[in-house]
Design a protein around this ligand. Structure first.
Ligand SMILES: *Cc1c(COP(=O)(O)O)cnc(C)c1O
Length: 362
């Protein structure tokens, strides 16, 4: 072990559960590693944090977050590099976004360097849990919530930050299947001035009924329109959305505050510019997408997010009118973006942006 200059105390699990893992059937978010990181905010400050065995947590029935939803989370991944080292992809962006979400939900900042340190130390402890195959990863899920006990409506005095690790499958293991998406015109996920730009539990709660109804009709996911006009494209709810119209890569602008600023979105936009693809962040009417399809100019549609990285959209259905995109196959830009990003994450492609954070505390 190298000398570690943080004060995170590590208590190791007595035995590991890793022998029971079926690495060929990981799925997403179903298998959890042996340890978690926990930090507590009390009397106006965060403690040093500790790494302890994964276990159930105790709480009182009046824990405020159960009642008023003061919960935010993050999602990032660690990868085995082909040179044997361990890479975490852009944790600085997640550290910053966690604090943006915290600010919106009246929760305390967690210092960015300490967030990265905690993630790095936990990944180092759990390094044997990082799956080996290309496209697989150790998904890292930080969650912060109010932990005081009361029933009056106000923000919590005490908080916990918990970081969980979960080995996850490649979305592409079974071959690539573009998703079939229902454009919701009945429900909205987020409104201007609301919580859309925060990675918070409430946005997911707002989306579940539409998701359930869409699944019952045979759709994979829901595309949300803006909550004010129900006319402009927002996002897919766990992914941002991109369109290739003509020779331009277009994605909704973040300036309405109703869309989560995805790290993958930002990564794809930066790569596209470098590759000489014209990009545009602006408001896009759903009617513009359909008009572009009518003219034969809608070349590709894909979602971006840490879980799948790139998820091609094969079909869109808005008010009963279905359009098929690129013959229900992944398009060249989506495919190139996926390969480039996976390549950088695994160290196959040179990281010219400083996006890869090496785990050194092993
Ligand atoms: C996490 C999330 C995304 C994707 O963000 P990434 O940083 O790319 O993983 C998109 N939309 C919502 C609502 C999200 O919660």
């Amino acid at each position: 072990m190298n000398v570690i200059d943080d004060n995170i105390k590590v208590t190791k699990a007595k035995s590991s559960r890793i022998e029971n893992v079926n690495w060929d059937a990981l799925g997403f978010g179903k298998v959890f590693s042996d340890h978690i990181f926990v930090a507590e905010f009390k009397n106006g400050q965060w403690d040093e944090g500790k790494i302890i065995p994964y276990s159930s947590m105790e709480f009182e029935p009046t824990m405020c977050t159960l009642h008023y939803g003061q919960t935010i989370f993050e999602g990032l991944k660690a990868y085995n590099d082909i040179d044997g080292s361990i890479n975490i992809f852009r944790p600085d962006r997640n550290a910053k976004r966690l604090n943006n979400s915290a600010n919106r939900l009246v929760m305390p900042d967690f210092p960015e360097e300490r967030f990265i340190e905690a993630v790095e130390r936990l990944v180092a402890v759990e390094k044997s849990w990082i799956p080996k195959e290309r496209g697989q990863a150790l998904y890292i899920r930080p969650v912060m919530f109010g932990s005081s006990n009361f029933l009056g409506v106000h923000s919590s005095d005490e908080y916990k930050l918990v970081i969980i690790c979960s080995p996850v499958a490649s979305y592409y293991a079974a071959g690539l299947k573009p998703v079939n998406i229902l454009v919701s015109h009945e429900y909205v996920r987020a409104v201007r001035g609301g919580l859309g730009m925060a990675k918070t539990a409430a946005n997911y709660a707002a989306s579940l009924l539409a998701g359930k109804e869409a699944k019952a009709k045979g759709f994979d996911q829901v595309l949300w329109l803006d909550g004010v006009h129900q006319e402009y494209v927002d996002e897919v709810g766990a992914m941002n959305i991109m369109f290739v119209i003509g020779d331009e890569l277009v994605t909704p602008t973040l300036d309405q505050g109703s869309i989560l600023p995805g790290v993958t979105r930002e990564t794809v936009l930066a790569l596209a510019k470098e590759k000489g693809i014209r990009t545009s962040e602006r408001r896009i009417r759903i009617s513009e997408v359909y008009d572009a399809h009518e003219r034969g100019e809608l070349k590709e549609v894909f979602g971006t997010g840490t879980a799948a990285i790139i998820s091609p959209v094969g079909k869109l259905n808005y008010k009963g009118k279905e359009i098929v995109i690129n013959n229900n196959e992944i398009g060249p830009i989506a495919h190139d973006m996926y390969e480039t990003i996976v390549g950088i994450q695994r160290g196959e492609t040179e990281d010219t942006h400083g996006w890869v954070h090496k785990v050194t505390t092993i």
